[in-house]
Design a protein around this ligand. Structure first.
Ligand SMILES: [Zn+2]
Length: 156
């Protein structure tokens, strides 16, 4: 016997597999703006796949340093790509990322943004090598202005 239904979504079910996966940090402060950017500017489907862990693509930089984190992320991304026929990977980093701030394994003289951009570039190069048929795009989201700031996106 089926369990009692407590809620029915008003969003229609779309069985088509998305051809884009968005990789970002889990930080909910940035989620609505990232979704708006990917739909309005990148013209991805509203139901694009979304792969989020704290720090976004950071585990893919850990091939040598923390291979188990690298492999955890890589296996799931590869499985998704195989199941969905993914054609496009969009990786987005954001300003003031707590994961990066709290795990400064690198020199304190290196700016956080610089580090995140360098990671995006390294990972994009690795993904393009691993997955030559897939388009890889990278972006950095930051705040501009104050009270309240606006979220803006830069290509990396
Ligand atoms: Zn973050």
């Amino acid at each position: 016997m089926a369990a009692e239904t407590i809620y029915e979504s008003t969003v229609p079910w779309n069985p088509r597999r998305p051809d884009t996966v968005i990789i970002s940090c889990v930080d909910g402060r940035w989620r609505a703006q990232i979704q708006e950017f990917t739909v309005n500017y990148l013209k991805t489907d509203l139901h694009a796949d979304f792969l989020a862990v704290p720090g976004g693509i950071e585990p893919l930089t850990l091939f040598d340093l923390v291979p188990k984190d690298f492999n955890f992320f890589k296996r799931r991304l590869e499985s998704l790509i195989e199941a969905h026929g993914t054609k496009r990977i969009v990786a987005i980093a954001h300003q003031d990322c707590a994961w990066y701030r709290e795990r400064r394994l690198f020199s304190l003289t290196v700016d956080l943004k610089e580090r995140q951009i360098s990671d995006l570039r390294r990972v994009a190069a690795r993904l393009r090598d691993m997955l030559p048929d897939i388009t890889v795009e990278t972006y950095y989201a930051r705040l501009e202005g104050t009270d309240p700031g606006r979220v803006v996106f830069e290509p990396v």
